[in-house]
Design a protein around this ligand. Structure first.
Ligand code: FO1
Length: 309
């Protein structure tokens, strides 16, 4: 159906992204990736969502941990811990090499997009993995334990603190990645992957007119909430804490005014008539590569059907 923009955050979104990459060519599909989770740690620039997508697209994601790189060893982080260093953020030895390469490129003057392009190409990925911005944006979690940098909330505190809201440091001065802006000028539709609406997708929607620009295009979103629980991560817990029902309906409400269609899991098929936008139900819990490809095909044909209306 022409050229598609896929918005994705971490591990959940990356599963559908892999499916899309298997059915659409690099000139038909661009990935816009959240960088609000990025942080400086141990002197390195870590971009967890870029990494999750990079490892997923190269099929080198670690299925044991659910994040990071396959076939990992942990010598560095265990030795660092034994030395009394900060070991709460588990950097595997191979993963560490990627962060070191990226950090070196950034220090030599490359943009985050250029570093991402060099890394993905060297790993055999043909599609463009575009960070949402080359400027720093940092998600801050407002919680009953104060304001926390995202990875401190997510990994160090294990998503334990009760959240009351989010803000995105640096967003007012950050520019949308020019690669994404150029793609938008010739784009036929947008798929929001099943990523966390508050901390993975919202940083992108709040960035430099990006959310507004998407409104002129056909947009569908895939629910990350299935049968009232989040397939991955703290989305459902956050929804409870923000006093909203943890349902696919509430996710669609969150995207109201932006989306033209919504995709829910077959578990939520009974809800389909209750949405304000055309909604389909389909198997969306992706275990195998074929599951990812099947959901990708369903999303692309649903998007095409909305575009032709
Ligand atoms: N997630 C964890 O739950 N624990 C970790 O120690 C951890 C390390 C890590 C290292 C590199 C990387 O790219 C990601 C890592 N993640 C870890 C995952 C990541 O922080 C989150 O899944 C995302 O930020 C949420 O999208």
């Amino acid at each position: 159906m022409g050229r598609i923009l896929a918005l994705t955050g971490g591990v959940g979104g990356a599963k559908l992204a892999l499916g899309l990459s298997q059915i659409l060519a690099p000139d038909e599909l661009l990935f816009a990736v959240n960088t609000g989770d990025d942080f400086e740690h141990l002197g390195l620039h870590i971009s967890p969502d870029l990494d999750s997508l990079t490892y997923a697209l190269s099929q080198q994601n670690n299925t044991e941990t659910g994040w990071g790189r396959a076939g990992e060893s942990w010598n560095f982080i265990e030795t660092l811990g034994a030395l009394g260093g900060e070991a709460w953020f588990r950097l595997g030895d191979k993963d560490l090499a990627l962060h070191t390469a990226r950090t070196q490129m950034l220090r030599s003057g490359a943009t985050l997009s250029q570093a991402s392009a060099a890394i993905t190409q060297s790993m055999g990925i043909e599609h463009t993995v575009a960070p949402m911005s080359d400027s720093p944006v940092r998600t801050i979690v407002h919680s009953d334990q104060g304001d926390l940098a995202f990875q401190h909330y997510f990994v160090r505190e294990g998503c334990g603190p009760k959240v009351s809201g989010f803000s995105f440091d640096g967003i007012a001065n950050a520019e949308l990645n020019p690669l994404i802006r150029e793609w938008l000028a010739d784009c036929d539709g947008v798929i929001i992957c099943p990523s966390n609406p508050f901390v993975s997708v919202d940083p992108m929607l709040h960035l430099d007119g990006f959310g507004e620009a998407l409104k002129s295009l056909p947009v569908i979103a895939v629910s990350p909430i299935v049968g009232g629980i989040a397939i991955k991560g703290p989305a459902a817990k956050m929804m409870h804490e923000l006093n909203m029902p943890a349902t696919a309906l509430a996710v669609a409400d969150h995207y109201q005014g932006l989306i033209d269609g919504f995709v829910v899991d077959q578990t939520d098929a009974a809800l389909v008539e209750q949405f304000n936008v055309p909604t389909i139900s389909t198997p969306s819990v992706m275990v195998t590569l074929q599951d990812r490809i099947d959901l990708a095909r369903t999303c692309v044909s649903f998007l095409a059907s909305l575009s032709s209306n």
